[in-house]
Structures are given as C-alpha cells and as structure tokens.
Design a protein around this ligand. Sequence first.
Ligand code: NAD
Length: 462
Amino acid sequence: MLDERIVSEIVASVVKNMNNKNASKAQKGVFDTMSEALSAVEIAYKQFRGYTIEQREKMISKIREFTLNEAENMAVLGVKETGMGRVEDKIIKHQLVANKTPGTEDIKPSAFSGDAGLTLVEMAPYGIIGSITPSTNPSETVICNSMGMIAGGNAVVFNPHPNAKETSNYAVDLVNRAILEAGGPENLVVTVKNPTKESSDEMMESPLVKMLVATGGPGVVKALLSSGKKAIGAGAGNPPVIVDDTADVEKAGKDIVLGASFDNNLPCIAEKECFVMRTVADRLIKSMTENGAYLLNKSQTDALVKVALTEKNGHYMLNKKWVGKDASLFLKEIGIDANPKLIICETDANHPFVQEELMMPILPIVKVDSIDEAIDLAVKAEHGNRHSAHIHSKNVDHLTKFAKAVETTIFVKNAPSYAGIGAGGEGYTTFTIAGPTGEGLTAAHSFTRQRRCVLVDGLHIV
Ligand code: NAD
C-alpha cells in the first residue's frame, strides 16, 4: 500500500499532466450525440469483421499495456470526479484488469466427430454491444468489458454513469488509442460526451445494438431485462461474511479489514456485514482493530447512522453523498479524530447497516450463537441477490452448508473478498459479475453466440 504523502504527490502530478493533455486533444470514440456514436461504431464493426483473431489479440495486448501505463491517471481521475474510493486501491483495480482479464484464449470452439461426419461449434460475435457502466468502478468496467467484448469479435457502445463520465470517457479514449496503435479500426468502442437517460434509451432501442450489458444496481438491471433484447445483467450485492469458532480468527480479522476497506468498500463483492460466533467475537474484533479498524461504541454508532443513512417513516436509504468516502471523514462528522481504514461497530441483525448495501468503509458485526443462526441471518442479509458471500472456517460441513444455502455467484473461503475476482485467488478477473442472468464472472465467451456448422460423411478421419 502507498502512504498518503506519496498518493497526494501522485494526484498533484497526474492532474497537472492531464490538464495539459486534455487541453490539446479530442478524445477518440467520444461523440456529441448517441446517433453519431452509433453511426461511427457501425462502420467500425463492419471493418472489424475482416480482422483475424490474432489481430484482436494484438489490440487486447495494447489495451493491457496502456492500462498499466495509465492506471494512476484513471485512479486519480476516478476519485476526483466521483468523490469516491481510494487512489491506491483504484490503481490496483486497473492493474488487475490489465493483467487478469481474459483475451481471445477464452473463446473455445468445440466439435462432434463420429460416423456421420464432423460438426463444428464456433463462438461468434453478437455484433454491436450496448454497455451501461457504474460510477463505482467506471474506467475499470469500461476497459474490462471492452477487452472481453473485442476478444469475442464485437464492437461496443457505452452509456456510462453520468457522475463518472470523464473517467469513463478517458477509458474509451485509451481503448481506442490502443486499438489504433495495434492496427485496428477507428471507433471500435464509442460513447457520448454527456451520457443521459435519453442517450441510454436511444442506445437500448437502436436496431444496430444486438446485445445489452448492464453493470449496476437493481434499477438498471430491471430496465435492461425489459428491453426485449439479449441482455446480461450484473446487479447489486450485499455480501455477508461469517466467522465461526474453527477459523484462524486472527487471520480472519486481518482479511476482513483488507476486503471491507478496499476502495472504501465500493466493490460489489466486498464484505458488507459480518456474523461471528459469540465465543470468538472479542478475538475477531481485537484482530480487526490491530489491523486498521476503528471500533465504535453504541452512541457513536447511532450518530453514524444519521450520517450514512437518511430515514423516512422508519425506512432507511443511503445518503448517497457519503458513498465511498474515507473512514476518517465519517469519524470527523461524529467528533472523532482518527484515520483508520475501516469503521466497525456491533449491531443486531436487523440494523440498517446490515440490511442496506452501504458501499462505505463501515462494517457492522453481529454476534451469533451457532453456525445455523449465522447462515440464516447471512442469507437474509444477502437479500436473494445471489451475488457474493464469504466465510472464515476450517469446518468443511460449515463451508458446504453456507455455500449451499446462500447460492451466490462468488463464495470466498478464508481470504479477503477480492480473492473472488482473482486478486490473491486463482481464476480470471471481471468487473461485470452477472448473477441475475446467470453468466457469472463474465469474460469473452459471455459475449459470443454459438454457431454450428455440420458436414455429413466427411472429415471424420479415424
Ligand atoms: P447505479 O445503478 O446507480 O448505476 C449504474 C448504471 O446504470 C449507470 O450508468 C446509471 O446511469 C444506469 N442506470 C441506473 N438506473 C437506470 C435505469 N432505470 N435505466 C437505465 N439506466 C440506469 O449504480 P452505481 O451507484 O453506479 O454502482 C453501484 C451499484 O452497482 C451497486 O448496487 C453495486 O452492487 C452494483 N455493481 C454491480 C456489479 C456487478 O458486477 N454485479 C459491479 C459494480 C457495481
């Protein structure tokens, strides 16, 4: 991890640099209107159909290279524009995208060979894909989706979150610069300067767009699934983490602080509430405080509720201006001068900190008397999103029982949540995790359609 002074120096030099660069050039692939963007990407896609898989892979390699080189720029811009997250963690997220997003190797043909000949199944592009991206991982999602979609042979039109348009458009420009340097067509990835609900509707309704991909909260996933088109929906989560009495409790405390504080808890996979067996709760809390967490008492927790949430008729909602803010700012608001990575507090299971998807560096801890109680409460807190859930335990029966009960797309055992997207765990990465529509961790193969080619009585050579 970088220290704060180094981060501030990086921020100052990157902002200065970007101001200079932005003054002198227009961004590639960024159009004034959605109809201009759609016309440009239509031409690009027609050209791209003539490119080989090897050429696709060259473009993806360049995108990796440019993303690594410009990770800092995008991390700084993302924090500056959205006011959310941490520069040092956003740098790591971009490095993860560059290094662990699959390319064309993810597209695998298959064959049936037998007495009647040879049948080949190949994975074909959809065509132009419309992609709606979130404010929480803006450039990461644009780049990760672009790589997977291009590997699958597609072109992309983005309608990013309006609050993250500069960061997202920077990423669209980066992807186009990389494609051009690798000899690819202009405008293979496009977007609009000022994304709006209207530009999003135009994109979704355009007959040129053959597939839609939404990464965000429940509203956008619902809108997409009502579009009548093939759609991939990557929706909200509220991941619980369980710690039982067989766990390496000290390691669990450290891992949970790492996962729940990463990028101020913006990732949809991050631990958002913790259920711990009463017999090991004090040890867990001690380990958390020794690893960068700040423990609140009851009255401080009550005060924090009034900052993080708004309440109307007993119903709590996120106070959006606090999403992704640093823990120190929350503490300052309730009169505490400290700079921890994470705030922890003891609550009951019905507390709004447990039930709401906060996306803030605040982790409520609920004590339980048995693994069954923990699983029951964790499943309820996950709200049937079937997104992510985590556990620290050495009891195989507990691991299995929770995994079966919670049915999430990602289930991490004995590690920080981000191991689930390939950071310190095996497997590739993605920033579009499609629970509702079932693609799981999306990659190039998710953005292709099967085509079967049959030859009867030939090419079966044994
Ligand atoms: P958000 O839902 O506010 O916005 C996401 C995108 O959807 C934005 O581009 C927004 O403009 C658009 N949008 C929102 N409502 C829409 C509607 N009714 N019609 C059309 N477009 C609409 O989400 P956010 O605050 O940017 O991101 C955080 C949310 O996204 C959290 O709920 C988080 O769990 C989820 N998320 C999920 C994944 C995943 O892979 N499953 C990844 C990142 C974020």
